[in-house]
Design a binder for this molecule. Structure first.
Ligand code: 9PG
Length: 506
């Protein structure tokens, strides 16, 4: 979008703070301590020096949280391959604090100043000891700038995002997901047994995760599901649950039929080869060019088929691949290509199918998905020794840290912090860590587990049932302090970004 505003250079007031600003056009007051700034680059000078900066990760798995500007930036620092999957690699700033769409500075008086984009275009917000800045790859989205108490200002930003991008209001209910118990080792007998064991439990959804397809990219039943996916969905539905299914519809592994036979439908790099969108399942994977008419037809056919099987809850994963920079058949900005693709999926499945986004770019997903994952994968252990210091590595610690810093999104979209464990066997979590996951899920308002009933002791099963049946009242008392039914929950003791000892020693 072109804008013919004269560049603005002047001073704006936010209460008792005066900030020199350079922007693409003149800011417009919204309220006493909030304003809108026209799209384009914006730089504000601030006097707060080594303040804390809130950094917001680009996709579900990307790190979010507060860091002092004098500290090392919060980012994926140990591997370009991980960065490609777990954040916006194109806009990574190794030596500067920056994040996607929104950022904030903590002021000495306890209030914050927030700068957030109200739309797409890969907006970026960063800070130094004397500046707070915003940039966009493609202009269009306005900026919201406000000062006030942290909760209030984030709520106001969330409200404006909901106004501009939409908010759906559907609830997932209580979800059982196969991933964190069976991983890819699914088969139809196991599904039937698991569902039979869950029959008396108050779940709304039973969601099958990765492991039903022959290869990522080819969305048909594999040979462990000889009765097919329609019969599998029926087994879940007949037991009284909504049937859920995992798909990664915007990616394909090189050995999938899709990638081998329809290579022209993949996003390509400048070198003319299919773009590597990330690494998982033992190698690289590619992204579908969702601007190509044949990919649009493919997605329509795929989602018509999946809904026709009887699935009414879809976990759509690795979706960020549809928003990577690359060569597509239509020259639209990557976040626009992504939003058009998910809008097409929504249109195909209708309003009654719950869409949970995983590995999604957050802001471009609002108003289309019903819920989004807001952190990396949990695991039945605290931290991942293989990836020390990687804030996106699998484990309860990283999942908690990312998710709690996205609690402000709850008013726009359902926020999924990933599953809670109730099993004590086959888990290395201590009681405080286990309870932490439960409390975070209660605060974020999304209740799911992967524990099969047969893995739980009678008292654990009773605990799970009680949690699923409870409808708590949650209130926020501070950045990390909440009350759950009157009980004070203070997450502060778990807020620790220092890398584990193994990296320090190395
Ligand atoms: C299925 C899993 C589960 C899980 C998802 C997702 O960065 N990574 O390489 C990366 C790999 C796997 C992953 C997340 C990130 O897990 O989050 O719940 O559905 O896929 O394969």
């Amino acid at each position: 979008m072109q804008h013919d505003l004269a560049p603005f250079s002047g001073t704006i007031r936010l209460g008792d703070v005066a900030l020199p600003v350079i922007a693409s056009g003149e800011p417009r007051a919204l309220g006493e301590r909030e304003l809108l700034i026209p799209t384009g680059a914006v730089t504000l000078l601030h006097p707060f020096g080594d303040a804390e900066f809130y950094r917001h990760g680009w996709n579900s798995w990307s790190p979010s949280g507060w860091r002092r500007l004098g500290d090392v930036p919060l980012r994926v620092h140990d591997s370009p391959q991980r960065l490609l999957t777990a954040d916006d690699a194109r806009n990574d700033t190794p030596h500067a604090h920056s994040g996607a769409a929104v950022g904030a500075l903590a002021l000495p008086d306890g209030e914050i100043i927030l700068l957030g984009a109200l739309g797409l275009g890969a907006p970026r917000v960063g800070a130094t000891g004397s500046t707070l800045w915003g940039t966009l790859e493609e202009t269009g989205a306005e900026w919201f700038l406000a000062r006030g108490p942290e909760e209030e200002v984030f709520a106001r930003y969330a409200g404006l995002l909901a106004e501009r991008l939409g908010s759906r209001g559907s609830r997932a209910g209580r979800v059982w997901c196969s991933w964190y118990s069976f991983y890819e080792e699914l088969d139809e007998g196991l599904v039937r047994d698991t569902v039979a064991d869950l029959a008396e439990m108050p779940f709304d959804v039973v969601q099958l995760d990765d492991g039903w397809e022959p290869v990522v990219g080819d969305w048909t039943a594999n040979d462990r599901f000889p009765s097919g996916m329609q019969a599998t969905a029926r087994a879940i539905t007949d037991a009284g649950f909504r049937a859920g299914l995992w798909l990664a519809p915007l990616i394909a592994l090189p050995d999938s039929v899709f990638a081998r036979e329809r290579t022209e439908l993949l996003v390509h790099g400048e070198d003319g080869r299919p773009l590597v969108a990330g690494y998982n399942w033992g190698g690289p994977y590619y992204a579908l060019d969702t601007t190509h008419p044949e990919v649009i037809a493919h997605l329509r056919e795929l989602f018509t088929r999946v809904v026709g099987w009887g699935f009414r809850y879809l976990k759509l994963d690795f979706m960020y691949a549809g928003a990577l920079e690359g060569v597509r058949s239509a020259p639209v900005h990557r976040e626009r290509a992504y939003r058009d693709a998910i809008s097409l999926i929504r249109e195909t499945v209708g309003d009654d199918v719950y869409l949970l986004g995983c590995g999604v770019p957050i802001v471009p997903s609002l108003g289309v998905f019903d819920g989004i994952r807001v952190g990396p994968d949990v695991a039945a252990f605290w931290d991942n020794a293989e990836r020390p210091g990687d804030p996106t590595g699998v484990g309860a610690r990283n999942a908690f840290l990312a998710s709690i810093h996205r609690a402000w999104l709850r008013s726009v979209i359902e926020t999924d912090p990933d599953v809670v464990y109730f099993r004590r066997r086959r888990s290395l979590l201590d009681e405080a860590q286990r309870q932490l996951l439960e409390d975070v899920a209660t605060v974020l308002g999304f209740k799911s587990t992967s524990d099969p009933a047969s893995w739980l002791l009678p008292e654990e099963l009773a605990e799970l049932r009680a949690w699923l049946e409870r409808s708590e009242s949650v209130s926020r008392e501070g950045r990390y302090r909440y009350r759950i039914d009157g009980r004070l929950v203070d997450f502060e003791a778990f807020i620790d970004y220092t890398p584990p000892v193994s990296t320090v020693a190395g």
